[in-house]
Write a protein that binds this ligand. Structure first.
Ligand code: AMP
Length: 171
């Protein structure tokens, strides 16, 4: 399946200078969606994972589907103020300013193996922050999976971990 033809680039969205990779056409195509999710999940089969940790918001779409594909649970990582109860939080640097992510403090038992899923690896800040958050819970990070990697932005360097970071498509 040629996923790339179902991912379009929208210039200057959400702000000037960003070339936004929009995979809505892929999601809207039942076969392509199923094939993309299967491709993202395949390397992680048989690894005794407990849950997929998906990052708001497009990471929820792919992450929940990958979790179902693997027959495991799903844990949401969200922007501040969205999750009820006790949460853990991480703050991370963006190109301009800071952002924060939260996870529920009891989301996974200590030692449980988890896989982080997001849609796009750009500068890598989001994925690195999610990894920090997961490790703060005492979970065992198995690795991360993204649908696509924007190689020129060097996000892989920011990952800087031994655990695999796998991209289904690279640009
Ligand atoms: P980063 O932290 O720079 O790796 O950015 C990754 C997050 O921002 C992901 O959750 C993506 O959804 C989003 N993102 C960043 N750049 C793009 C882009 N060019 N196209 C689509 N989404 C992007």
């Amino acid at each position: 399946m040629d996923f790339a033809r179902l991912i379009r680039e929208i210039p200057d969205f959400p702000k000037p200078g960003i070339r936004f990779k929009d995979f809505s056409p892929l999601l809207a195509d039942g076969q392509a969606f199923a094939d993309a999710v299967a491709a993202m999940a395949a390397p992680w089969r048989g690894q005794s994972l407990r849950a997929v940790v998906g990052i708001e918001a497009r990471g929820f779409i792919l992450g929940a589907a990958v979790a179902r594909e693997l027959g495991i649970g799903f844990v949401p990582v969200r922007k501040p103020g969205k999750l009820p109860g006790a949460v853990r939080e991480v703050s991370y640097a963006l190109e301009y300013g800071h952002d924060r992510l939260q996870v529920q403090a009891d989301a996974v038992p200590p030692g449980a193996a988890v896989l982080i899923v997001d849609d796009v690896l750009a500068t890598g800040g989001t994925l690195a922050a999610a990894a920090e958050l997961v490790e703060g819970l005492g979970a065992r990070l198995a690795g991360a999976a993204v649908l696509l990697e924007l190689g020129a932005l060097g996000g892989r360097r920011r990952w800087a971990r031994n655990q695999p970071l796998l991209a289904t498509l690279s640009y």
